[in-house]
Structures are given as C-alpha cells and as structure tokens.
Design a protein around this ligand. Sequence first.
Ligand SMILES: Cc1cc2nc3c(=O)[nH]c(=O)nc-3n(C[C@H](O)[C@H](O)[C@H](O)COP(=O)(O)OP(=O)(O)OC[C@H]3O[C@@H](n4cnc5c(N)ncnc54)[C@H](O)[C@@H]3O)c2cc1C
Length: 376
Amino acid sequence: MTRIVIIGAGVLGTAISYTLKKCLEDTVDVLLLEKHDGPGQETSQFNSGVLHSGIHSEPKSFKARFARKGNVMAKQFCKDNDVPLSEQGMLIVATYGDLVHLAMRGRDFLKMYHNGKDQGINMKILMSWNIPHIEPYIRGAGALYIPSVAVVDSVAFVQALFRSAKEAGARSLFNTKVVELEAVGERYHIRTEKFADVYDMVINAAGLYADEIAKMAGFNQYTVYPYRGEYYEVLGKERELVNRLIYPVPITGSAGKGIHFLKKPDGRLFLGPNARLVPTKEYYEEDKTPPEVFRDAAVRFCSDLKNAELRWAYSGIRPKVVQEDELHNDPDFIFSVDNEKPFLLNIIGYESPGLSGALAAAEYVKDVVNKYIKSR
Ligand SMILES: Cc1cc2nc3c(=O)[nH]c(=O)nc-3n(C[C@H](O)[C@H](O)[C@H](O)COP(=O)(O)OP(=O)(O)OC[C@H]3O[C@@H](n4cnc5c(N)ncnc54)[C@H](O)[C@@H]3O)c2cc1C
C-alpha cells in the first residue's frame, strides 16, 4: 500500500483526499494533515463561493479547465450531499462608463467573450434594454449572461468533502502543523509539532503557505504574495434589489475579477472583493478599506444602492505567485512534480477559481499519482 500524505485541509486537500481514496481504494493509505482544529479554516471559507464557468481564464489553462469541469462536478456533489447551492447565473455587465474607455474595456470584454466561446460555455449577449428583464434594478450598456454559474456555501462544501473523504477511508489529523520535510532514500520524513513519520508521497496543498512547505523540501523557487479581498454586507431592504451575481468587465492586469454583487444561498447580499497586496499572510482585519469604495463600485450598476447601509463582513487572502507589476500575465495554477522518488507534488498559487475547480483538480492529481504508483 502506498502511503500518501496531503498537507492542508482546505477545499483542495479535502477534495484530493476524497478522490484518491474513492478511486484508488486499498492501494493507498491517505492521511490529511492540518494545522487548525478543523477543515477549511483559511482561504476556503473566506471567498465568494462562486462556482465559476471558466470564462475569466485562458481556455487551455488549468484555471479554465478545472473551473469548467469542476463547476459541473461541484454542483452535482452539492446536490448529492445537501450543501446549500444557488443556481442563479452570472451577469457580466459593461457600464456606460466603460463605453468612455471603449478602446481598453472593449478589448477586455471581447477577450472574455472569446474565452467563453472557445470553451463552448453557454452564454447570452444582452443589450442594455434586456438587462432589466433579468435584473430589474441593474443598468448597463450591455452584458453577458452565463446561466451555469452558481453560488455555494463554501464552508458547508468543504465540510461535506471532508465527511466524504472520511467515509471513503481517508484519515486526518488536526492541530498538526508540518514543520519539517526531508527526502531520505525513497521516502519523505515529515515532522509535525506532534509526531514524525515517513511517507512514499507528499502532496503540498498548503494554500498561502505552500511556498514555505516547498522550501522545507529544498524547493526555493516559489513565493506566495498575499492579496486581500474584503467584503461588505448590504443591510436593510436594499438587499432585495439584486438576485444574482453581477460582475464588472474584468480589467487585464488587476489582481481580482472586480468588485461584484454576491447573493449568497441564504439570501444575504454582499459587495466585494477588492484586491490589495497586504504585508502578511494573516492580515485579515487591519486597515479596512472604507465602504465608499464598495458603494462607488456598486452604484455604477445599481443607483438605488447609493444610500444603502453597508457593514464590513470579512476578508480572504489570495495566494498569488506574482507581484503587482507582473499581474498582467495572470499566471496559471502551478501543479509541479518537483521530486519523483520520493514523490512530491507542489501546488502553488491555487487562487480563484480554486473553489470551483477543486474536484476537477483532485481528479487530475489522482491521475498523476496513479501513473506514478503504476510506474514504481
Ligand atoms: C477574496 C477571495 C474570493 C474568492 N472567490 C472565489 C470564488 O468565488 N470562486 C472560486 O472558485 N474561488 C474563489 N477564491 C479562491 C478559493 O477560495 C481558493 O482557490 C481555495 O479556497 C484555495 O483552497 P486551498 O485548499 O488551496 O487553500 P486553503 O483553503 O488556504 O487551505 C490550505 C490549508 O493548509 C493549511 N496549512 C498551511 N500550512 C500548513 C502546515 N505547515 N501544516 C499543516 N497545515 C497547513 C492551512 O491551515 C489551510 O487550512 C477566492 C479567494 C479569495 C481570497
């Protein structure tokens, strides 16, 4: 039996442990190590919970392929496991303000449209007068409507993945921080704050800290930069004004997809996230961005929100692999087998659409692992 350890019980680590054990059964012993006292306590709970279509990414990238396939897999998984899911669709709206900068924003809009077309994503172009038929209070010069996009309760999603992994026979240890990783012969020696043991294969799914895990094993080439995204909740009757995801046309070279309207499955309405490089990987609450920034972004689409009460809600931190002057490259997820014997897979920069793509990414990892086991 091949002994596999996965470091990090976020959406990715839990999806991988579930998929490995479900598909490879008794040929593998799967252990999930997590430093917190439960699964999904970092980036996997502080996000928008959107199951993306892949339209925001280059069609051949891991980001697009995993989102496209993972969207379908995650929706089915949520239905099978009673995870709250809202199949509301996404509107990507070009504002009249965007028309002023048509040369630049038109190019961004077209790029996204072609991304969608090349991937065969079901989408509709809406003229300005058709937008209110779908969202009565939203105004824009035109929009793309993508019905397949959904919003999930991301905490419940990770919990359900974890339960399924456990039922399939994967083991897990919480409050267990990995502090050392060393290749000795054909095995990895792992030391945690609690114990030390040896494994045949290591999968590094440590999110914001994946660069530090890689460094422990001697792979110094990765750096994860923390980009924070904050959210405000819309309070009062204005939260009823919007019923589905409303996204702006993304700007090439910006760190996020732009501040959007997020209607959660429980009916609450949020605005966010912005994107700021922050000084540390734990910089969740300090130096909050004022609500006006979010209000200004929202009234471009919905003027009725100009007096709405906004309350700071939460923030999440994106694990990006580039600094601000390199953002235009929109780097792909890194899935790199950096050592074969013993096996080490480093997963770095697993940012958005990582929640959407988790089950598809897990299947990809399962195929890589299976190929390696068969070749031994
Ligand atoms: C603001 C924001 C909005 C987003 N919106 C979306 C969205 O709408 N849709 C979408 O698809 N994606 C979205 N994402 C991206 C998505 O949330 C992430 O891609 C995904 O959650 C990453 O999962 P993960 O398992 O790789 O990382 P994490 O959830 O960070 O899990 C990594 C785990 O590793 C553990 N760990 C770290 N170091 C150690 C150690 N030494 N020992 C043991 N354990 C360790 C951590 O404690 C953590 O639990 C968003 C992200 C942000 C920040």
